[in-house]
Design a protein around this ligand. Structure first.
Ligand SMILES: [Cu+2]
Length: 725
């Protein structure tokens, strides 16, 4: 068997088998607004690639490493400069946003594993007016999806991927906000397979950077403060199998040669403007203070990358690389590798390639959330590619898909539409209530881009079979002495800031070798102190055999919030914190370094969320994982059936796909009884995971409201190092 055609659950990227209600959506295949404009690229991998931004530099004496200056600012973005606008494009309008470097699309950072990305973060946003709440225009930086050290402010090796640091606007001390993100060359295979002692190559694929200050993350990301990080060669995942099931080097080379790579960054903005996008021509538009829904014709995809609200001055704009309804072309005899990211703060996309009759065309998925997707074949060590017709991308999701026009796939039309389509859920009638239909993710049916499949000139008799390889095993050693030393440093400095609130940490940072970028310097930031680990007498912070963690997504007096606890083998819940909005000083979950844990994610609200944990990848629990902790259901409990077309039970838990974000099905009842549940396995096995970080809902409005909690991975003896509650 070659490709699999069944839909598979993949976390924040899932595959939607069938829409639950209504006929196929018909898409108008009108021509687009022009060829897709690529986002700027900063490549550390290839010195021949021109640097796409004057804010990006290759680091001297560190071949392969790159440095980017991010000036956080509030400014008006527009289309002046046209396709040479360096990422300014905002769908035709002039819009004031919080952004980096006066552009809507800061550079894509392309590096190989083993190199370093330096970020010089300058907070040039204005000091907020008196009376504004404290986080307004504060900022910091997170590198989503990377398994990298969360070193705190003041670490000798420089600030890492740590979100417990706060850079206020309007300060101008000598130290800059210098982030140093070291991408490991290898990580312990135990991150993916707990009992392995080997190392594996760091996963290639797409990750991203964005601010992470609680309370203002949604507007900052939504305004454009977010960019992609690509690890490895973009075509690494394209491998052709020979007849013997092993990679065929020559055929692989040929496939790569006839495949072009494009980034597709998906964003949306709700705007107040009297001018429709067709006539925008840099007309001013204002980000709508409150959300509104669109009124799209039933069974139709709204053409042209936008829809309008009930009020004609409401425009909901959807862009690809900042461009409204671009033209994407797959030339004859060639393929396109689309590297797609949903960089919206709050909006879900369900991608389909539609013809004018609503027929969804198949494409191949290569990676999901930065890690190879597909079903591993343990006999050959390879992973088969997966052919799908629909792809769910909740906020923060990344996916790489291959659209083939080299004879391997046929299409029902040569002009198609890349559309985002709603997932409609029907609740059956009862004796007392009529049947209702609702839109699960609240996403309208929108045509995002015009896709042109040029006539294939050469149809291949036997299309080469696509293969995805597992990361190769590189060494049988564990952490190097240097890595162990780094881990000790991280832990030591990670525990020196308990209960100190927003006290300024004036510890001098070691000067990271960031090239001087000129311009204003940032402030030196303050450390956000966090509360103690939950500990149990005689047990400490870890789990006993048969126990699992439990995280509850719920409401506390109407505010979105999280709770935490431990569930024993018999199902008895030992609550550690009631459902509470985020407060860094709360007690929190701590896991011992080296642990492999089952987490039960409980959704007690009646709408979906998107679970994200920093510094890790996780997968759905399998039957044997669940057996060990006394769980008799499968890894997904979807009491309303609302996500039955997102999660297919026959695939749940049998597919070794690694995530950093994962959708949670809703509760059957508004009061949280009969909740949705998802069980995952997460392994804290890499020294880079030691330290303090968070888990949260990646619908950023939910995170800002309170659906977030701190956690720590602790090295050493927890009772000795961790404050008792
Ligand atoms: Cu949420």
């Amino acid at each position: 068997m070659g490709e699999r055609w069944k839909s598979v659950l993949w976390g924040s990227v899932g595959l939607v088998g069938l829409l639950a209600a209504g006929p196929a959506l018909a898409a108008d295949r009108a021509a687009g607004t022009g060829p897709l404009v690529a986002p700027p690229i900063c490549s550390g991998r290839d010195a021949a690639v021109p640097l796409g931004s004057d804010k990006c530099k290759r680091v001297e004496n560190e071949p392969g490493s790159i440095a980017l200056t991010l000036n956080g600012t509030v400014s008006t973005l527009n289309n002046v400069g046209g396709s040479n606008s360096g990422g300014k494009l905002t769908g035709g309008y002039a819009i004031s946003t919080t952004n980096y470097n006066d552009v809507y699309h800061p550079p894509v950072m392309e590096v190989d594993a083993g190199n370093t990305i330096y970020f010089q973060l300058n907070n040039l946003m204005p000091t907020p007016a008196a009376g504004s709440p404290p986080p307004t225009n504060h900022t910091n930086l997170h590198t989503h999806g990377l398994i990298v050290a969360p070193r705190p402010l003041g670490s000798p090796e420089g600030l890492g991927d740590n979100i417990f640091v706060d850079f206020a606007p309007g300060q101008n001390p000598p130290q800059g906000a210098q982030y140093r993100i070291n991408i490991p060359k290898v990580i312990p295979k135990a991150v993916f397979e707990p009992n392995s002692a080997e190392n594996v190559a760091y996963p290639t694929g797409l990750n991203w950077y964005h601010p992470h200050i609680h309370g203002v993350t949604s507007p900052q990301v939504g305004g454009g403060m977010a960019g992609l990080i690509s690890i490895g060669a973009p075509k690494d995942q394209l491998i052709v199998e020979g007849a013997d099931g092993r990679p065929d080097a020559k055929a692989t080379e040929e496939l790569r040669a006839r495949t072009g790579v494009e980034y597709l960054i998906l964003r949306e903005m709700r705007l107040n403007t009297a001018t429709l996008p067709e006539n925008a021509d840099n007309a001013p538009a204002v980000i709508a203070p409150k959300g509104f829904s669109c009124t799209t014709p039933a069974g139709q995809v709204a053409p042209g990358g936008y829809c309008t609200g009930a009020d004609p001055s409401q425009v909901w704009l959807f862009t690809v690389n900042g461009q409204r309804y671009p033209d994407l072309t797959v030339p004859s005899g060639r393929n396109k590798l689309w590297r797609i990211a949903n960089m919206s703060a709050n909006q879900t996309f369900v991608l389909q390639l539609l013809d004018d009759k609503g027929n969804a065309q198949a494409f191949d998925v290569l990676t999901v959330d930065g890690v190879t997707a597909g079903k591993p074949d343990d006999k050959s060590g390879r992973v088969e590619s997966v052919g799908v017709t629909s792809l769910l991308m909740m906020p923060a999701a990344r996916a790489e898909i291959l659209v083939r026009n080299d004879g391997a796939r046929t299409y029902t039309a040569k002009d198609l539409v890349l559309a985002s389509t709603p997932v409609m859920v029907t609740t059956p009638a009862t004796p007392t209530t009529p049947a209702t239909t609702s839109n699960l993710f609240g996403n309208p049916a929108i045509a995002l881009a015009a896709v042109h499949i040029e006539p294939a000139q050469v149809a291949q008799a036997a299309a080469p079979r696509l293969s995805l390889q597992k990361p190769p095993v590189l060494a049988s050693t564990t952490a190097t002495p240097k890595e162990k030393a780094a881990a000790r440093t991280t832990v030591a400095s990670g525990h020196n800031h308990r209960h100190d609130g927003h006290a300024h940490g004036h510890t001098a940072m070691a000067a990271a070798p960031v090239p001087a970028q000129g311009g204003a310097s940032a402030n030196d930031g303050s450390t956000i102190g966090i509360g103690p680990c939950f500990t149990r007498p005689k047990v400490g912070i870890g789990l006993l055999a048969g126990e699992r963690r439990q995280v509850t997504f719920g409401l506390a007096s109407g505010t979105l919030a999280l709770g935490a606890g431990i569930v024993d083998y018999k199902g008895k819940v030992n609550e550690q914190i009631a459902v509470t909005p985020f407060d860094a000083s709360n007690g929190h979950v701590c896991s011992p370094f080296g642990a492999s844990e089952v987490w039960e994610l409980v959704n007690a609200t009646n709408f979906p969320h998107n679970f994200h944990m920093h510094q890790v990848k996780f997968r759905l629990a399998k039957e044997e994982d669940l057996k060990k902790v006394g769980v008799k259901t499968g890894p997904i409990v979807d009491p309303t059936g609302a996500m039955k077309n997102v999660y297919l039970p026959e695939d749940g838990g049998t597919v070794d796909v690694w995530h950093d974000t994962l959708p949670l099905p809703p509760s059957a009842n508004a009061d949280g009884t009969n909740p949705g549940r998802v069980y995952i396995v997460v392994n804290f096995k890499a020294v880079e995971q030691i330290g303090s970080f968070v888990y949260h809902c990646h619908i950023l409005g939910h995170e800002d409201a309170g659906m977030m909690a701190a956690m720590e991975v602790v090295n050493g003896t927890p009772q000795m190092k961790v404050a008792q509650r």
